[in-house]
Design a protein around this ligand. Structure first.
Ligand SMILES: [Zn+2]
Length: 315
């Protein structure tokens, strides 16, 4: 694909491609797309371009942004990387740097039932974008599965008519005809406002970081934190039943249903040897619970980023 437009702030990579195709009148559309993806590209992955190296090479500018810079600024990879285990993180980064490997993130496994039905937008962001740039575009921060408010304006997001996981290679810009802010197109809330705000704060600290950071908490650390919260059982184990009841109640009080975020008992891999990995949103909910309990136990402020001291740059 010849040069891509200069990305707007917080613009999703998909949006950049959509603008490029629109500007060129969708001429030779399939050939353009083939040049980015090769011949086999069955669906669009909203998280990242399927062939990030080729995509970043087509980006406009005096210096071509590296794949890493593209991933950090215009994809949701920083969000997934932040809560991935070290081995998973390494595998994801290796794919990012490989020239010919398709990025396969097993989106459904990572997000479970939280994958939005369509791309989302904020009414106020659209107005601001029109004023500043003369057009609206898809914001990356509006597409995080499970987040239903605009981090900038605090307004509830709306669903557009553009599917989040299109069946074929269809790229659509955030034109007003596809973004109607009607009461029926409001994003369904998965949790109350206060919980949503805290989680948004952590997610935005990840997305706004210039580097790809890690907020991963390993099993041992979770066990230590939960023990400090009062859920320690004999033999250095965690009192799972008491913890589960308290966690469910914590979420219920904040208008969130634990089961919506995964199958029953999804938190077990966090502190036991049970296999499986938590999704980023599951980590975020668990961290919020731990933070609230620690405030009670320590009788002092606990940073919103409960493991801030352990945050590290991904290498
Ligand atoms: Zn907004």
């Amino acid at each position: 694909m010849s040069e891509l437009p200069v990305p707007y702030p917080d613009e999703l990579w998909y949006s950049i491609v959509a603008r490029r195709l629109r500007d060129w009148g969708y001429l030779n559309r399939s050939a353009e797309l083939r040049s980015v993806y090769g011949s086999s590209a069955p669906t669009i992955n909203m998280v990242a371009p399927l062939r990030p190296r080729q995509f970043s090479a087509s980006s406009k500018g005096q210096s071509t942004p590296s794949t890493r810079v593209l991933a950090a600024r215009n994809t949701l990879l920083p969000y997934y990387l932040a809560f991935a285990s070290p081995s998973r993180r390494e595998a994801m980064l290796a794919v990012l740097e490989s020239p010919d490997v398709l990025v396969k993130l097993r989106l459904s496994a990572l997000t479970r039932r939280l994958v939005p039905a369509s791309l989302r937008f904020c009414r106020d962001c659209m107005d601001t974008d029109m004023m500043l740039f003369g057009e609206a575009y898809w914001h990356r921060s509006h597409q995080v599965p499970g987040m239903d408010h605009c981090p900038e304006h605090g307004l509830v997001l709306f669903e557009s008519s553009v599917p989040y996981q299109p069946a074929k290679l269809d790229y659509w810009t955030a034109h007003r005809s596809r973004c109607r802010a009607a009461p029926t197109s409001k994003t369904a809330a998965l949790m109350g406002r206060s919980l949503s705000k805290s989680i948004t704060q952590v997610v935005m600290s990840v997305l706004n970081s210039a580097e790809l950071i890690s907020l991963w908490i390993d099993r041992r650390r979770y066990a230590v934190l939960l023990a400090e919260c009062g859920y320690e059982a004999k033999g250095c184990r965690i009192a799972a039943t008491a913890f589960e009841a308290a966690f469910r109640e914590f979420l219920r009080q904040r208008r969130a249903d634990a089961d919506v975020f995964g199958c029953a008992g999804w938190w077990l891999p966090a502190f036991t040897g049970v296999s499986g990995e938590l999704t980023p949103m599951q980590h975020l909910l668990l961290r919020e619970f731990v933070r609230h309990r620690l405030i009670r136990v320590r009788r002092s402020h606990v940073p919103i980023n409960v493991v801030a001291a352990h945050a590290q740059f991904v290498t």
